[in-house]
Structure formats: C-alpha cells, structure tokens
Design a protein around this ligand. Structure first.
Ligand code: AMP
Ligand code: GLY
Length: 640
C-alpha cells in the first residue's frame, strides 16, 4: 500500500481527481494518508473532511520566521509517514530539507509542458495568461519528481492540450485541468504505487505492467449455479495453476470440478467470510445480480482478488438508461431512444411514435424486461406492465423506449482489463422458447459459435466504433471496467449496432465459446485483474460448437422439478462433447432436474453443420421427465 500525502493551497480539484480515482479503483494499492494545506480557507480541506481523510493546516502566517515554518511543515508531512508526497497545487516553496529527504518520493503537477514552455514564477491562471500572451499553440501538463530546481526534476508523465482560437486564460485553464491534469496526476500515482517508475540519471523509466498472477496452487471460488458457471469451472479446471476449486452455490454438474458450498450468490457477507477463511486466491463472479449489487467491491475490500466489474462499472448492464446515455454521449451506434421516469410522459411520447417499438425496463429482469410492441395499444399496456404494475420490480422505475431494429443478432464476449479489450470468438443465441423463434423470451435455448454472419467487415466496424470506444467511455466516466463485456449486437442495414451490454459471460454463449478457447482461462482472468491484458494473445480453435438447451416442458412459465436424469455418463466417453448443468441437483446419489433450463448439451465439430449434427445426436443420450428442446438451433447456418 502506497501511503500518500497530498499538499494543496486552494480548491483542490487535483486532490478530488486523486480521491475519485482511488475510490473508482483507477489508482490501486494506494491510500491517501493525509492532506496538508498552508491555507486555512482552502476548500481542499473540506474535500478531505468529506472523504474522512485526516488533514492539517500549517500556515506561514502562524510562524515568526521561515525556518520555523519549514520545520513544522516537514514535521507535519513526516507525521503521516508517507511513501509519496504529492504537490497538487501547493503554492509554497518546498523547504530544501524536505526536497532532500523525499528525493524521488515527491511529485508535482505543473500546468504546462516543461521544459518547452515554462518560465519560472508562473502559477495558476498566470501560466495560461503567459501561454496565450506568448502565442503558443500547444499547452498541457507535466507530472515530475521534485528536485532542488523549479520544475526541473525527472518527468514522469506529460499530456498536451491544443490552444483553440479565441481561448481565454480561464477556458484554457479548464481544458488543461480536465484533459490533462486530472488524468495524468492519478495515473502517475498509480504507476508509482505499482512499482513501475524508477529514476536513473535524472530520467524516469516507466515499466510495462508485469503479470503478478500466482504461479501455482491457487484456490479458486466461482460464484453462480448455472450452465455458464459449469463451463467456467470446466475451463478453469484445465489450468495447471488451480489446485482447489469451490463453487457457491454450484449444482450437481459443477460438483465434478468444484466443492459446492451452500451459499447463495447474493449472500455477500457469507461469501466474503468464506473467501477469507478458506484463503481463496481468486474469485470469479459469473452472474449479473451479484456484480450489479457490488460483490466485487466487497471482496476486494477484504483483500480478495476478484474477476468481474465493480459496482460502478457493472451498471453497464445494471441500468439500460445508463448504457443508452453512455452510447449516445460517446457516439457508439445503437437504436435511437428516449428514457422515461414518468409513465404519462412515456405514453405521450408513444402516441406519436412509429411502430413496432421496443420498451425496456431499466434494471435487471432475468432477460425478460424487454417488450416489443406492435401498436399503441400494446405499448400502453407495456408501460402499465413495466412502470405501474412493476412486473419487473424496481427495474421498472425507469424505462427506455427505443427504435425497433431489424437484423441478425450476434453475441460477442470480450475480456477487458480497464483499458485493453480482447474479444473472443462470436456466438449466436436463440432466445425464444419455441421453434422458428416463436413463444416467450427465455434466458436462451441454444447457441452456436462462431457466427457466420460476423464477417471480417463486421468485426472491423465494431473494432473501430464499438469495442474500444465502450472501454474508453467507461474509463472516461471514472468507471473503469474489468471483467467480461458481452456485446449484444444487431447487424442492421445501416451497420452493426449495440442492442445491449452485459457485464459477464453470456449463458448459454459461454457453453460454446469457452470450450473453443485455447488459452488458460486463469491466466487471462489474472491479466485482466493486473491490467496487462495487452500481453495476452487470445486463441480459439478453428472449429465450431453448438449447444442445445434441454429444458423442463413449460419453461419459462410453469414447469415441474425433481425428475431423475439418466445417461450423463456418456459424455465422459466422448471427446468434444459436454453436458453443462444449468438446473440440476443431487437427490441422494441421483441427479435430478431442478430448474427451467436443465442441461446444455454442447458438441464440437469441424464446422457448424457437423457441430449441430453432433449436438443433436448427443441430446438423445440423456433422458428425464418433461424433457423439452428446440429442434432448430443453428438453423440459421443454412442461410449463411
Ligand atoms: P435485450 O435484453 O436488450 O437483449 O433484449 C432481448 C431481446 O429483445 C434481444 O435479444 C432482441 O431480440 C430484442 N430486442 C431488444 N432491443 C431491440 C430493438 N431495439 N429492436 C429489435 N429487437 C430488440
Ligand atoms: N444469452 C443471453 C445472456 O446471457 O444474457
């Protein structure tokens, strides 16, 4: 943990940027131990108080001579036992004893590029007035170590900002703060906290992040209980690094790889206690609810390495209103939309809208909070269902109304480390319960991978306008995303657009994508946590996979449970065949059905057609009461 003392004279916007970055997790391994100001009225002191950070004020006015003040200032700094002193707009000359004592452990943010344009004696707005008076075309900010000179120490980071025609000093100052200072100061602290900055011959060397992942003997806990978690467990079990796996709560299939512990995915206290007691090295959160609820934050708070987005980033899935606004703000292609919190306003809008139109409950609704309405009457009924009757609970407090798009859907899952994104092979889901895409929406009745409609051209478009743009937008919003982003895409006549984001592996997408992945899943997951995904090359087998979901008849409405399942052992005898459990449990030593979606039968093949044949052949191997499946999973392949 890097103990940091921040020294400020004024408003403290740079201090705020550091506080925000620590809270958002953009700065890691860092604690703000204290704030020191020379000015009693500095607003920075209030900011510190608001965030419970101890602060001290040492004003030169309270001392008879400079030497006394210098001594007190140094004492105040020392009292916090800092590893790093950050001058974030501190307008007092640093005592030479302090410079000597904190050599290469004290940094300063300077609101211009040095040494190309500096000039000594300028601070605050004066820097920008001087820049404009000089007619420079580029300004910026610099973070550097403090040495005896004025802004002459080794430079850590710089960022340039262009001067615009007609800029006033204030406008320029604001842009330099927003675009440069508030970005590079937290970044520099993060680099130092993670041991990546060294000083040699008055120059800094910044190292690429190293992969801190453990070598071996890892204990892994997976959170969830469906086919996705079974696929994650099967993949993780192949890693030589893993010696012991747990799953909470798990199911009868996952039990082959992991010890299932009877803790629900939303029982955060029990999960953190279990992880601590059992010295878990890595937690992988599979499900959306705990992610959106902040399980990752809670585990990290007790020092457990966890794969998945924090609460402030999982909102990408947790609120459709948030994700739609994000796409609009950052020009990421998506359906045109309006958000509503007032049902009357929504109805008034729908009265002049074009049909069909799509209504979406803002929050999580088990993939069922989306209503496609053919006319005004249906739409009014939809507003009632979502916003008044609250069929999806508080998820319906806000509602998105969006344009109905026509096109093929593709699911693209990706690994993200906060900055870098690497996409996995594509897949396609079948959401409706019945053959020919009829019947109710479900969690997913089957998948195939890759999608033949996800061409190189489509991929290039998405790389240019969607994938990195989403990751950058989240970072820009102070919500760096680490984990899996699932892009629900629709390929329209006007190009690919984002239908939805999920903050986790898809289910059943994971059941066709993970079996085709050649990488060690644990290594990739650790690279995401450590922020060095750039060093990983994702590799997938050059084949195909199809998953057919075996459900209980009646799903997604009413269905029975508790039927004995036979034939599961056949999958052990065949390479390239998997039977992922979605809703099963042990009844004595028998395995019985325990959910709507019961099993995901996945098979690989050299191509999609062969994989489909293999998967359907394997659906005959297992039997249970009320077995139901779609017969046209992967039919779209024939149209490719
Ligand atoms: P979502 O939960 O947002 O993925 O929506 C569930 C399903 O509803 C999607 O997979 C689509 O089939 C359909 N859907 C959602 N939004 C739209 C839209 N704007 N136009 C057409 N279909 C949509
Ligand atoms: N198969 C869609 C989802 O996981 O949301």
């Amino acid at each position: 943990m890097l103990n940091v003392v921040v020294m400020v004279s004024g408003g403290g916007t740079n201090l705020q940027a550091i506080i925000d970055a620590v809270e958002a997790g953009t700065i890691t391994n860092t604690k703000i131990a204290g704030v020191i100001s020379n000015n009693k009225n500095a607003y920075a002191l209030e900011r510190a108080a608001k965030h419970g950070i101890p602060a001290a004020c040492i004003s030169p006015k309270d001392f008879e001579d400079r030497a006394q003040f210098n001594q007190k200032l140094l004492e105040a700094v020392d009292a916090f036992e800092p590893d790093l002193v950050v001058l974030a707009g501190f307008l007092v000359v640093i005592p030479p004893e302090m410079t000597a004592k904190y050599r290469n452990r004290m940094i300063n943010i300077h609101p211009s590029l040095i040494p190309s344009f500096c000039g000594t004696g300028y601070y605050g707005l004066k820097v920008h007035e001087a820049a404009l008076a000089r007619g420079v075309k580029v300004v910026g900010a610099t973070v550097h170590f403090v040495d005896e000179g004025t802004d002459t120490g080794p430079i850590i980071l710089q960022k340039a900002v262009e001067v615009r025609h007609g800029d006033t000093p204030r406008e320029l100052q604001r842009r330099v703060m927003e675009q440069a200072e508030w970005k590079i100061l937290p970044r520099a602290i993060d680099l130092i906290a993670n041991g990546r900055v060294t000083v040699e011959d008055q120059k800094t060397v910044i190292e690429e992040p190293t992969r801190s992942g453990q070598e071996a003997e890892m204990k892994v806990l997976i959170v969830g209980s469906g086919g996705r978690e079974h696929a994650i467990a099967a993949s993780a079990a192949k890693s030589p690094k893993v010696t012991k796996m747990y799953c909470a709560p798990g199911n009868a299939g996952i039990a082959e790889f992991a010890e299932c512990v009877p803790i629900g995915a939303m029982e955060f206290d029990k999960l953190t206690a279990f992880a601590k007691e059992n010295r878990i090295d890595l937690v992988i959160v599979g499900m959306d609810d705990p992610l959106v609820g902040g399980l990752v934050d809670e585990l990290e708070a007790v020092g457990i390495r966890t794969f998945g987005p924090r609460k402030n980033a999982a909102i990408l899935e947790g609120s459709k209103a948030f994700s739609k606004n994000l796409m609009k703000k950052y020009n990421i292609p998506t359906a045109a939309f309006e958000n509503f919190i007032d049902p009357d306003a929504a109805v008034a809008y729908l009265e002049t809208a074009k049909f069909p139109i799509v209504l979406k409950a803002d929050g999580l609704a088990l993939g069922k909070g989306v209503l496609i309405c053919q006319n005004l009457e249906e739409a009014k009924e939809g507003v009632k269902t979502i916003m008044l009757d609250k069929k999806f609970g508080s998820a319906g407090n806000e509602m998105v109304v969006e344009e109905f798009l026509v096109g093929r859907e593709v699911s693209v899952l990706s690994f993200v480390d906060g900055k870098t994104i690497k996409t996995m092979t594509s897949a396609q889901d079948h959401k409706r319960a019945g053959d020919g895409d009829t019947g109710l929406n479900t969690g997913g009745m089957g998948t195939f991978s890759p999608s033949p409609f996800y061409t190189d051209e489509v991929e290039q478009f998405c790389e240019k306008y969607i994938y990195q743009a989403t990751v950058d937008a989240m970072a820009e919003e102070g919500r760096p995303f680490k984990g899996v982003i699932f892009f629900g895409l629709i390929l329209t006549e006007d190009g690919p657009k984002v239908l939805e984001y999920n903050a986790r592996f898809g289910d059943p997408e994971a059941q066709v994508v993970l079996p085709r992945m050649k990488n060690d899943l644990i290594e990739v997951v650790e690279a995401c946590i450590d922020g060095c995904l750039g060093q990983v090359e994702l590799e997938f087998e050059d084949n195909a996979a199809v998953c057919v979901v075996l459900a209980s008849d009646g799903y997604p409405l009413k269905y029975e449970k508790g039927f004995a399942i036979s034939g599961l052992e056949k999958f052990k005898e065949h390479e390239g065949y998997y039977c992922f459990h979605a809703g099963t449990k042990f009844d004595g030593d028998k395995i019985v059905t325990n959910g709507g979606r019961v099993l995901g039968v996945t098979a690989k093949g050299r191509n999609l057609r062969e994989a489909r044949e293999n998967a359907y052949a394997a659906t005959d191997w297992v039997e249970f009461g009320n077995k139901y499946m779609r017969h046209d999973i992967g039919k779209a392949i024939d149209e490719a």
